[in-house]
Ligand binder design. Structure first.
Ligand SMILES: CC(C)(COP(=O)(O)OP(=O)(O)OC[C@H]1O[C@@H](n2cnc3c(N)ncnc32)[C@H](O)[C@@H]1OP(=O)(O)O)[C@@H](O)C(=O)NCCC(=O)NCCS
Length: 161
């Protein structure tokens, strides 16, 4: 498995992968979110998209949100790093792809001077929460938030130092 930036020709496939990964989490209230998850090209322009790939086969995708990116939701300043839309194709889960992409984002955050990671997640994303726990993230309830009425996100944090 290789972790790398996607080629321009891979952005649509990466978007389809993200939608497949998130399929269980789209609800009526979040239908608008499907298009947002699919638009990897926009995230690659406005943030920093990374993929996990086996040759030309995409396995996973994540959006690292550098300081100044409009994709940052929880991170307050450059001391906090954040990634979003961690996605692994359902057929290749449980092999460490998600953990590798999350760890890569921590490395990118460190390179930008971050000393802490902050993330938000749906309460039902149990597999993601196992990845975060294994990497040393803890819950940060005072930073839980509701992006739109009826959607509650729970926050996680990890000190990088
Ligand atoms: C969260 C996600 C990225 C994890 O990807 P992954 O490559 O399976 O991650 P890892 O292999 O590093 O670890 C996965 C964990 O889930 C378990 N798991 C989840 N689905 C699994 C499956 N189909 N087969 C085997 N194990 C699975 C693994 O055993 C492991 O937990 P454990 O170490 O406590 O046993 C992936 O499940 C996903 O895309 N989920 C939907 C989107 C999502 O929730 N994103 C997070 C947004 S905050």
């Amino acid at each position: 498995m290789e972790l790398r930036r996607p080629a321009r020709t891979e952005l649509d496939a990466a978007g389809r992968l993200c939608v497949a990964a998130y399929e269980d989490f789209f609800t009526g209230a979040e239908d608008f979110y499907r298009d947002r998850v699919a638009d990897v090209a926009l995230r690659d322009r406005e943030a920093e998209v990374w993929v996990a790939a086996d040759g030309t086969t995409l396995l996973g995708c994540v959006t690292f949100c550098p300081p100044g990116s409009p994709w940052r939701e929880l991170a307050r300043d450059a001391t906090e790093g954040e990634f979003r839309m961690l996605s692994v194709h359902p057929d290749v889960r449980g092999r460490g792809v998600g953990q590798a992409l999350a760890a890569l984002c921590e490395a990118r955050a460190r390179e930008h001077g971050a000393t802490r990671m902050v993330l938000s997640s749906l309460p039902t994303m149990a597999a993601a929460h196992r990845v975060y726990a294994r990497l040393g993230y803890t819950r940060c309830p005072h930073r839980d938030w509701d992006p739109v009425p009826g959607v509650h996100l729970i926050a996680f944090t990890k000190e990088l130092t």
